[in-house]
Design a protein around this ligand. Structure first.
Ligand SMILES: Cc1cc2nc3c(=O)[nH]c(=O)nc-3n(C[C@H](O)[C@H](O)[C@H](O)COP(=O)(O)O)c2cc1C
Length: 320
């Protein structure tokens, strides 16, 4: 029997929020689960309204969502767990992956991986105080890929549902390649259910990873999903070819995303800035339109933006 692969949307703060997820869901499929970007506390024991909106059932119709928290405090974790339980969620994903010094210097994100005692204390309190199902998302360490090996024995004590591993270390940020030997080392040193994450941006790459790690059946797509919303269905359909109406579908998807941000943000500049942050990723899948995309990044009004996008898409149609 062939393996059933599951695809998970790896969260990107500021990108994979509910407006993106809904636009994706309207035009594409292939994604089984969406991890929501992390909830973070800034000294106050409250869930900011921006996180609340992102998780409300009415904003996530038809989608399977798993909320995430980034914290090194058991109290905050329990508060977040009770909040998501009150919304009807059963699982909370714990972020031990974030690489940014602002976070890691405070002992959070990937800065927590090398501190198994603290992980132990937090998991102990969370499992005593709530019925939340805990899953984790980790890098392999902050300074060294072996840090995670020190955490595994602690994690074995708890009913962790899964550990998604972004196969880098924190201090790499996003540079360099993913460390596939390091990921193999993780497989060899834990009985936990592991998900693979990192640099899956094409069907070919997905196939390489499934061949290399035959025991893995959950795959997390982050930047690759934003760059190419066709990727999950192409992976699931085992095809390397885009549908014939690719540009037409992409165009409608783009317009839906644009309208969603136009309703949320104030001023043309803010909407354009937001859309251009997506175009940084989209650009990688429009190699024939490099010059047009460069022009697109300079527009200041909606009128110019619309025209520039049209030129990008026309260019791709002509080259197809
Ligand atoms: C702008 C940005 C924001 C991110 N926000 C989150 C986040 O909220 N939670 C999280 O677990 N990972 C976050 N990540 C990491 C991604 O989920 C993912 O692990 C990483 O990009 C590697 O996977 P990829 O190569 O498929 O993108 C973020 C990454 C980027 C680039």
């Amino acid at each position: 029997m062939t393996m059933q692969h599951r695809l998970i949307s790896s969260p990107l703060q500021g990108f994979t929020t509910f407006r993106f997820r809904n636009a994706f869901h309207q035009f594409f499929d292939g994604m089984d689960i969406f991890y929501a970007p992390y909830i973070r506390f800034n000294g106050k024991m409250e869930i900011k309204s921006v996180y609340q909106r992102d998780l409300l059932a009415k904003n996530n119709t038809g989608l399977t969502i798993i909320p995430q928290v980034m914290t090194c405090s058991a109290d905050e974790f329990i508060f977040a767990a009770n909040y998501v339980l009150s919304l009807g969620y059963k699982e909370l994903n714990w972020n031990l992956g974030c690489p940014y010094p602002m976070v890691t210097n405070r002992g959070m994100g990937s800065g927590l991986i090398a501190n198994p005692d603290k992980i132990d204390r937090i998991l102990d309190r969370v499992h005593t105080a709530t019925d939340i199902i805990v899953s984790m998302k980790m890098r392999m360490g902050y300074d060294h890929r072996d840090e995670i090996l020190g955490a595994f024995p602690i994690l074995e004590k708890y009913p962790i549902k899964s550990i998604g591993i972004h196969a880098r270390i924190g201090k790499q940020l996003y540079k360099g390649g993913v460390d596939l030997e390091g990921f193999q080392q993780c497989i060899d040193n834990t009985s936990q259910k592991l998900y693979f994450n990192g640099d899956i941006t094409t069907v070919t790459r997905f196939e390489e990873m499934t061949n290399r790690f035959p025991s893995i059946d959950h795959w997390m797509l982050g930047r690759g999903l934003i760059a190419d919303p066709f990727l999950p269905s192409m992976i699931k359909n085992k095809t390397h070819d885009y549908p014939e109406n690719r540009i037409e579908v992409f165009s409608k998807y783009h317009d839906t995303l644009f309208t969603a941000f136009e309703q949320k943000l104030t001023g043309e500049k803010a909407v354009i800035r937001k859309m251009l942050s997506y175009w940084e990723y989209f650009a990688t899948t429009f190699p024939n339109a490099k010059r047009e995309i460069k022009k697109l990044t300079k527009v200041k009004t909606f009128e110019d933006y619309d025209e520039a996008v049209k030129r990008v898409l026309d260019c791709e149609v002509e080259m197809a």
